[in-house]
Design a binder for this molecule. Structure first.
Ligand code: S3P
Length: 187
């Protein structure tokens, strides 16, 4: 099977021996913003896994959760992860819960490297603002408590990343620069 990712730049993701750089962390940590900026800077392909799943399913993440349930979404995430093995050299942003999918990390690492964009739940929520309503797990009455719960559940897996970039300490540009440095060192 040849993967057809929406965001592929022809040729740039062709070599499966080159590692992907995968950004992990809570919703609101900046995976998409940082990933896109890093890919642009390095001329590499950026893959937003949620967008790719939405494209393939023809519906939004909220609709997928609402109509088919979270387990179905996780299955789609896993299928896409398996396809990542067939290509390389991308900057990848999975959803924040990707790490919870059993064996997902082991499917791609090695050779991929994981960078954890660390953020506190309260800051993540502030950054998301009204966009939290697009996250089915956060469109509930107490989203901060929900993020705290998710953090507790996922902390160990987030911290198993190869590198940690604390997004609370520096501005966005510094975070992007740090990830560019890490991504460049991978080649
Ligand atoms: C989820 C995070 C979302 C999306 C889905 C589930 C999660 O992605 O995959 O709503 O379980 O944390 P972002 O981390 O990009 O918001």
């Amino acid at each position: 099977m040849t993967p057809t990712f929406r965001t592929s730049r022809p040729g740039s993701a062709a070599d499966p021996s080159l590692p992907h750089l995968i950004l992990i962390g809570l919703p609101g940590c900046g995976k998409t913003t940082v990933g896109q900026a890093v890919a642009d800077k390095l001329g590499r392909t950026f893959l937003d896994m949620d967008l790719e799943i939405e494209r393939r399913e023809g519906r939004s993440i909220s609709q997928i959760f609402g109509e088919k349930g979270e387990p179905y979404f996780r299955k789609k995430e896993r299928e896409l992860t398996e396809e990542l093995k067939l290509v390389g050299n991308m900057i990848v942003s999975p959803g924040g819960g990707w790490v919870t999918s059993d064996g997902a990390i082991d499917l791609v690492r090695p050779p991929s490297k994981l960078v954890y964009l660390k953020v506190r739940p309260a800051t993540a929520l502030k950054r998301l603002g009204p966009m939290r309503m697009m996250r089915p797990l956060l469109s509930r009455p107490n989203p901060e408590a929900e993020l705290e719960r998710l953090m507790k559940e996922r902390k160990a897996r987030y911290e198993s990343a190869d590198h940690v970039v604390d997004t609370e300490l520096y501005g966005l540009q510094r975070v992007i620069d740090d990830v560019v440095t890490l991504a460049s060192a991978l080649r």
